[in-house]
Design a protein around this ligand. Structure first.
Ligand code: FES
Length: 123
Protein backbone atom coordinates (compact mmCIF):
# COMPACT_ATOMS: atom_id res chain seq x y z
CA UNK A 1 0.00 0.00 0.00
CA UNK A 2 2.89 2.39 0.71
CA UNK A 3 5.76 3.13 -1.68
CA UNK A 4 9.31 2.15 -0.73
CA UNK A 5 10.16 5.81 -0.19
CA UNK A 6 7.28 6.24 2.24
CA UNK A 7 8.39 3.16 4.18
CA UNK A 8 11.98 4.42 4.22
CA UNK A 9 11.05 7.86 5.52
CA UNK A 10 8.66 6.33 8.05
CA UNK A 11 11.24 3.88 9.37
CA UNK A 12 14.23 6.25 9.16
CA UNK A 13 12.74 9.72 9.42
CA UNK A 14 15.15 12.57 8.63
CA UNK A 15 15.47 15.70 10.74
CA UNK A 16 13.51 14.51 13.77
CA UNK A 17 13.88 16.68 16.85
CA UNK A 18 13.68 20.25 18.03
CA UNK A 19 15.68 23.41 17.36
CA UNK A 20 16.57 25.45 20.40
CA UNK A 21 15.85 29.16 19.91
CA UNK A 22 14.22 28.39 16.58
CA UNK A 23 13.42 31.31 14.26
CA UNK A 24 9.90 29.96 13.97
CA UNK A 25 7.76 27.12 15.30
CA UNK A 26 4.52 25.85 13.84
CA UNK A 27 2.11 23.39 15.41
CA UNK A 28 -0.75 21.98 13.42
CA UNK A 29 -3.20 19.17 13.97
CA UNK A 30 -5.71 17.15 12.08
CA UNK A 31 -9.03 17.36 13.88
CA UNK A 32 -10.30 14.11 12.37
CA UNK A 33 -7.54 11.73 13.45
CA UNK A 34 -6.03 13.80 16.26
CA UNK A 35 -2.51 13.65 14.83
CA UNK A 36 -0.19 16.55 15.63
CA UNK A 37 2.90 17.91 13.89
CA UNK A 38 5.38 20.46 15.18
CA UNK A 39 7.88 22.08 12.78
CA UNK A 40 10.93 24.12 13.85
CA UNK A 41 12.79 26.33 11.39
CA UNK A 42 16.13 28.10 11.67
CA UNK A 43 16.36 31.02 9.23
CA UNK A 44 19.54 32.90 8.36
CA UNK A 45 19.63 35.59 5.67
CA UNK A 46 16.26 34.44 4.37
CA UNK A 47 17.44 30.83 3.94
CA UNK A 48 16.16 27.84 5.87
CA UNK A 49 19.42 26.65 7.40
CA UNK A 50 17.79 23.92 9.43
CA UNK A 51 14.38 22.36 9.84
CA UNK A 52 13.32 19.78 12.38
CA UNK A 53 10.02 18.14 13.20
CA UNK A 54 8.15 16.15 15.78
CA UNK A 55 5.11 14.30 14.57
CA UNK A 56 2.72 12.32 16.69
CA UNK A 57 0.86 10.64 13.91
CA UNK A 58 0.44 7.92 11.36
CA UNK A 59 3.09 6.51 9.04
CA UNK A 60 2.10 8.83 6.20
CA UNK A 61 2.26 11.90 8.46
CA UNK A 62 5.75 10.95 9.65
CA UNK A 63 7.01 10.16 6.15
CA UNK A 64 5.63 13.40 4.72
CA UNK A 65 7.10 15.51 7.51
CA UNK A 66 10.47 13.86 6.96
CA UNK A 67 10.37 14.41 3.19
CA UNK A 68 9.06 17.97 3.56
CA UNK A 69 11.98 18.96 5.82
CA UNK A 70 14.42 17.55 3.26
CA UNK A 71 12.74 19.47 0.46
CA UNK A 72 12.94 22.89 2.16
CA UNK A 73 16.33 22.83 3.89
CA UNK A 74 18.60 25.24 2.00
CA UNK A 75 15.65 26.93 0.27
CA UNK A 76 14.51 30.51 0.73
CA UNK A 77 11.54 31.29 2.94
CA UNK A 78 9.53 32.19 -0.18
CA UNK A 79 10.36 28.88 -1.87
CA UNK A 80 9.38 26.96 1.26
CA UNK A 81 6.03 28.76 1.32
CA UNK A 82 5.35 27.42 -2.18
CA UNK A 83 5.78 23.80 -1.13
CA UNK A 84 2.50 21.95 -1.62
CA UNK A 85 1.38 18.71 -0.07
CA UNK A 86 1.10 17.33 -3.60
CA UNK A 87 4.78 18.00 -4.23
CA UNK A 88 5.68 16.23 -0.99
CA UNK A 89 3.52 13.23 -1.89
CA UNK A 90 5.04 13.11 -5.37
CA UNK A 91 8.55 13.17 -3.91
CA UNK A 92 7.53 10.08 -1.93
CA UNK A 93 6.33 8.35 -5.13
CA UNK A 94 2.75 8.92 -4.14
CA UNK A 95 0.46 8.20 -1.22
CA UNK A 96 -2.67 6.09 -1.11
CA UNK A 97 -5.67 8.40 -1.76
CA UNK A 98 -7.04 7.87 1.75
CA UNK A 99 -3.70 9.09 3.11
CA UNK A 100 -3.38 12.29 1.06
CA UNK A 101 -4.90 14.33 3.90
CA UNK A 102 -1.95 13.36 6.09
CA UNK A 103 0.43 15.19 3.75
CA UNK A 104 -1.56 18.39 4.26
CA UNK A 105 -0.19 18.51 7.81
CA UNK A 106 3.36 18.91 6.49
CA UNK A 107 2.41 21.79 4.20
CA UNK A 108 0.42 23.50 6.94
CA UNK A 109 3.11 22.93 9.57
CA UNK A 110 5.76 24.59 7.42
CA UNK A 111 3.47 27.52 6.65
CA UNK A 112 2.66 27.92 10.37
CA UNK A 113 6.38 27.92 11.27
CA UNK A 114 7.12 30.53 8.60
CA UNK A 115 4.20 32.69 9.75
CA UNK A 116 5.58 32.52 13.28
CA UNK A 117 9.01 33.53 11.96
CA UNK A 118 7.54 36.46 10.01
CA UNK A 119 5.49 37.60 13.00
CA UNK A 120 8.66 37.60 15.11
CA UNK A 121 10.38 39.69 12.42
CA UNK A 122 7.46 42.12 12.55
CA UNK A 123 6.51 41.33 8.94
FE1 FES B 1 -3.80 11.40 10.91
FE2 FES B 1 -2.52 10.42 8.87
S1 FES B 1 -4.19 9.54 9.89
S2 FES B 1 -2.31 12.37 9.76
Amino acid sequence: MYSEKVMDHFQNPRNVGEIENASGVGTVGNAKCGDIMKIYIQVEDGILKDVKFKTFGCAAAIATSSMATELIIGKTVEEALDLTNKAVAEALDGLPPVKMHCSVLAEEGIKAAIEDYMAKQGK
